[in-house]
Design a protein around this ligand. Structure first.
Ligand code: RNT
Ligand code: ZN
Length: 413
């Protein structure tokens, strides 16, 4: 008996079918963020990311061009089972001459559409409202200066049209997510006016009606950023209300809440009031540090919530981490595979049985079962899933990523 067969038997004995779990996992697409490959630099020559976010470390070999980023992504994709999505930022436009962000057009992303088509991937998108002279004071859509607001409103509208184009070209709606850095370092005298201006800017951005078959809009809240510690204009309450009233989606980034808040717990509440909810899955350490996603309790709880709410087609899973201190291709592979492992563990859990115990008030049984599940052989099913998807299982992928690294490093010095 192989290890998989033995695991299959063990799961069957508790009423879990490993075959249908693997089938369900194949259908779960993760939106892989392009910005892990180059520390959120983009192709505009802007340098390090600003806007209260930071990528730390100086591991060699960072991608500097579209060709390098695409090659690195290909290397990562070779080690990630299944077909997924690619998440782009506007700052990754591929243009011959510099194009201002409010002038961006679908044609500036043709190369990415070709890339995605060749690999059978859908594309998601994000306007970039940071790392730019017009965002130097960490104010964009809420800026008191009408000219600055105008620039960023036009940028967001341009980006929504690009997302719609992605959806049309690739036959799957593109999630267009707005995150802004807006806030103040110290305690403001007026919290209402900036939020009123943000509301008006969003109203204008979303007054342009686009085809929902091609584009889904979302807004991403935050608690604070570096340099904007005292006040964030786009708080969770702000966006949750805005989204509910205007039919756009909320995007929950699990690095954007107070450290003891459980972001998994928010998912069912969102699902009762909206058709979909989007996620940026990350690993905050002490702050929104965007560490590579780890197979830890927080991640497993998020995955469990998606699965047991039966919301696999209603929760849009995107990743958002950027670590410049380790091999960036490996960071992608580790993070995406961990998200998949967490989903698999959730799919291998007999939720009906556990739910019944809760409803009956059998909390002793529930605790005993949840603890028992922790030692079930998820890894054997995961390895089988990798084998069937023809990607390296166990640690074999790392050897290949190391070989790739040795090949590219000399060219990137
Ligand atoms: C920042 C937000 C945002 C960015 C990306 C690059 O705190 O999480 O989503 O990380 O858009
Ligand atoms: Zn995010």
């Amino acid at each position: 008996m192989t290890r998989y067969e033995s695991a299959q038997k063990q799961y069957a004995s508790i009423g879990v079918d490993t075959e249908s779990a693997m089938q369900a996992l194949s259908n779960l697409k993760i939106s892989i963020h392009c910005w892990q490959g180059d520390d959120v630099t983009g192709f505009e020559g802007a340098g390090d990311a600003s806007g209260g976010i930071a990528s730390t470390g100086n591991y060699p070999g960072k991608a500097r061009t579209p060709q390098e980023l695409m090659a690195d992504l290909d290397e990562a994709l070779r080690h990630i089972p299944g077909k997924h999505r690619l998440n782009l930022h506007a700052s990754y436009a591929i243009t011959e001459e510099p194009v201002e962000r409010n002038q961006l057009e679908p044609r500036h992303f043709e190369a990415w559409v070709r890339y995605a088509k060749e690999r059978g991937m859908g594309l998601d998108f994000n306007p970039t409202l940071f790392s730019h002279p017009m965002a130097a004071d960490n104010l964009t859509l809420s800026h008191p200066d009408e000219k600055v607001r105008r620039f960023w409103i036009d940028h967001c509208i341009a980006c929504r049209r690009i997302a719609e184009y992605f959806g049309k070209e690739l036959g799957t709606p593109s999630l267009c997510n707005i995150w802004i850095p807006d806030g103040y370092k110290d305690v403001p005298a007026d919290r209402l006016s900036p939020r009123r201006r943000l509301k008006e800017s969003l109203d204008e951005i979303y007054s342009v009606k686009l085809d929902p078959n091609y584009i889904l809009d979302s807004v991403e809240s935050k608690v604070f950023g570096i340099g904007v510690e005292a006040f964030t204009v786009g708080s969770h309450e702000f966006y949750m209300n805005y989204a509910a009233q205007n039919g756009v989606l909320c995007l929950l980034d699990n690095g954007h809440f107070h450290p003891t808040e459980n972001v998994a717990d928010k998912i069912p509440s969102m699902l009762l009031f909206a058709d979909k909810v989007a996620l940026h899955v990350t690993r905050p350490m002490r702050w929104d540090s965007d560490h590579v996603v780890s197979y830890n309790d927080d991640l497993k709880e998020i995955a469990a919530e998606i699965v047991r709410c039966n919301a696999m087609d209603r929760v849009l899973i995107g990743l958002d981490f950027f670590d410049a201190s380790i091999n960036r291709v490996a960071a992608w592979v580790i993070g995406v595979r961990n998200m998949q492992k967490a989903l698999l563990a959730a799919l291998l859990t007999p939720w009906e049985k556990l739910r019944a115990m809760q409803e009956e008030g059998n909390f002793t049984g529930l605790l005993a079962w949840e603890e028992e599940m922790k030692l079930c052989p998820v890894g054997d099913v995961w390895n089988e899933f990798c084998r069937r998807n023809e990607v390296a299982e166990g640690m074999d992928w790392l050897r290949e990523v190391r070989q790739y690294e040795e090949k590219i490093l000399p060219e990137r010095r």
